[in-house]
Design a protein around this ligand. Sequence first.
Ligand code: KIV
Length: 266
Amino acid sequence: MDAVTVRTLLKKKREGKKISMVSTYDYISAKLCQQVGIDCVLVGDSLGMVFQGGDTTLPVTLEEMIYHTKAVRKGARECFVIVDMPFMSYQVSLEEAIRNCGRVIKETGANAVKLEGGEEVAELVYRLVNIGIPVVGHVGFTPQSVHVLGGYRVVGRVEEEYERVKKDFKVLEEAGAFMVVLESMPTGLAKEITQSSKAITIGIGAGPYCDGQVLVFYDLVGLVEDIKPKFVKRYIDGAELFRDALRRFKSEVEEGSFPSEEESYG
Ligand code: KIV
């Protein structure tokens, strides 16, 4: 597989070919993504919930994102790797945000950064793209604003929100974001945005008309059991497969059949 680039991804959009993206946080799962030719790997700040067991993405730090992205980059050398900039790493000032985004790209080898929001991050997007850092936007439901939005929900059902999401997308596109994640919004809204956009749209809970789709690795392999949003599809029951392996290991240890000669040094 040749390394995936911004140009490869934009070409796919022009040719009407769908783009696959997986959000994950470790070397092993990133390597699996690479092996099957997933286009983009996002190191999502969802790691705060999925990997760390938190209730929101808000406590995730810049250091943690850098740590996880280094591991992912090693596993997925050819995939296009995107890093979620964590809450408060890009909101305080333009200067601090640029420094943090630059640091992430320098230290991790990632290809792009992802920022949540519309108008409020437009100037930052413009500056980053001009410095040479590709930017992925994120509109609709934006998890870092969970408290303002009043919980995990679909955004854009009422007229005012519908128009706001469309405007946020346009502003990001004009500022230079080459790709935008559309999260938890009505299918019709994501379709309307995608049909008139030059930037790539990646949907999660945004219906089938986006240019590509993203799911969290641990959701799609069925390892997350506590919550299952409507948009998640579990392709295997990973949790049960893992439990089965653990049960068998436990019972073999207890009965003394593991390790056998095969797993022992002579
Ligand atoms: O943090 C994340 O994993 C994400 C995706 C689900 C889009 O932002």
